[in-house]
Design a protein. Sequence first.
Length: 270
Amino acid sequence: MMIDSHAHLDSERYDGDRDAMLERAYAAGVRGILSIGIGDGPATMHQALDLARAYAKRQGVPKIYATAGVHPHEARLADEAAMEKLDGLLAEDGVLACGEIGLDYFYEHSERDVQRTVFGRQMAIAVGQRKPIVIHCRPSDSSADAWDDTLEMLDRDWKGTGLGGILHCFTGELRHAQRAMEMGFLISFAGNVTFPKAQALREVMAEVPLEKMLIETDAPFLAPTPNRGKRNEPAWVARVAEQVGEVKGISAEEAAARTTGNFESFFGLG
């Protein structure tokens, strides 16, 4: 049994075979998926919850949970109406967390100061709704700038809440993971940890305690080896579980079970 802790199930890339994709995930042992509710921007951040509800009684597919948030790429679109919409979505049953939110200094589709302002606003809304957060953090090519700013903001505005969260698709250094874990965050690894040139990331994985770890696909992005370059899907989270097992010296089945337990314990599921 596995849980994919981060997938974009509302992506238009699944419009032609979403049912079959979810059935393949279930057949592969995926019993839960956290569907990330960022849509294409604030106007569509409700779509993850819509999907969770649409499949709630469907047999032979994973249980779908939802988040809601404004991705840093679309931070420039986060007006007052968007923040009110987010507040309402976080109050809904089935929405487990606020996210993915954070900072992206690689593409900078929104200016950095706008990203930081919207990140702070969303943290405040999440506190009000007592929901944890799912963090997106991508620095520029040449530095850890986004990590430094993200962790500084978390330390100032989030640490004291005790709500914790998830560092999604972790790509930082061990020191970043350690600092986040001290604030109650889980570290989630995606398919990129299987790439041949990702040895440094696997070395970080080796040092992250198994009880602090989640696995994800970030589907439809970042398909793991040997499917790199293809459209990713939740069934392939099994390859990430295998990589955890290889690094930790345990079976893929144990890695899957342990990360599933971490997810369920963190969100109070059972």
